[in-house]
Unconditional design. Structure first.
Length: 304
């Protein structure tokens, strides 16, 4: 994970250097983008972590109890952004009690973040074998399949997940992101139909309206900022809002704007959100897409 992070850090620097000349042509002005104070470890999290560490020093704990404590400590480390420590705890928990669907699920997310897609598919398959009604495994497997380039299989998972709750905007959005790459000529119409069929109650439908072009980017960001009732809520909503806006710019081939927005996605330290989890992975994809774009342009020039 550390090596991947370092490579992606270098990729970000490379993209910035290559795209600096393009930044001035971006239509959007982010001189003063909405920002939240980055989330910090709470006193409660630190106390809970200290308590678990203290309890785990006891020598009268059975394997089931230890497995649960490793899992809980892993969740705490994950919420603090200490993902390598969290992964060690999850693996230790699984070694003591191998029939834990929740552990397989979060390990699958970690594998997806690291672009180890075959391992991710296996982890999510294990989750669903242990609990076929797991609330997140099918969505997470669909996302892993999307990032792994298996769009038809991703669509199969995400359409089932969507049908289980047609009023969840995030299910609609991820299905749309797959549709854009799988059937681009139909993606927007399908998104409109799913939006019209929903109850439109969740605040996340604002992001669907952004994709549909029903709201300007300026108003989109203003609604996120003005509709948030606390700094924590603002950080969470901006994490989501910037990520999905970045996806739109990435789809349009505006890689400088996409990169800036992914960096803003990471800025709030909302480590537990899937949007934060995959923003760093997306920066690597931005670099690959930019390089492919440049190679195509060079080949076109050479063929003239």
């Amino acid at each position: 994970m550390v090596l991947i992070a370092n490579r992606l850090k270098l990729a970000c620097i490379a993209v910035v250097m290559m795209l600096t000349g393009c930044a001035t042509s971006t239509k959007t002005m982010w001189t003063h983008p909405p920002m939240a104070i980055p989330l910090q470890p709470t006193i409660q999290q630190q106390i809970q972590l200290a308590r678990i560490d203290q309890l785990m020093k006891r020598d009268d704990l059975d394997n089931d109890t230890l497995a649960q404590m490793f899992y809980e400590r892993g969740l705490l480390n994950d919420s603090l952004g200490l993902r390598d420590l969290a992964r060690l705890d999850f693996n230790q928990s699984l070694s003591m009690r191998p029939n834990q669907p929740d552990v397989f699920n979060i390990l699958g997310v970690y594998f997806t973040q690291g672009a180890h897609f075959d391992a991710a598919y296996e982890a999510f398959d294990s989750t669903l074998e242990l609990n076929f009604q797991h609330p997140f495994a099918q969505r997470n497997r669909g996302i892993a399949l999307y990032y792994g380039g298996r769009l038809d299989l991703a669509h199969e998972d995400l359409i089932v997940h969507y049908q289980q709750n047609v009023n969840d905007p995030y299910r609609v959005i991820w299905l749309y992101l797959v549709d854009v790459e799988r059937t681009p000529e139909q993606a927007l119409n399908k998104l409109r139909l799913r939006y019209d069929a929903s109850d439109k109650q969740d605040w996340g439908w604002l992001m669907v309206r952004m994709y549909l072009g029903d709201i300007s980017e300026s108003d989109y960001l203003k609604e996120i900022a003005n509709g948030s009732e606390s700094n924590d809520q603002l950080a969470e909503r901006l994490t989501e809002g910037y990520f999905y806006l970045a996806k739109r710019y990435q789809q349009e081939g505006n890689y400088s704007a996409a990169l800036m927005l992914y960096k803003l996605t990471l800025a709030g330290n909302v480590y537990e959100f899937v949007e934060h989890r995959f923003a760093l992975l997306e920066t690597g994809r931005v670099l690959s897409q930019y390089q492919a774009q440049q190679q195509a342009l060079q080949a076109k020039v050479q063929n003239k």
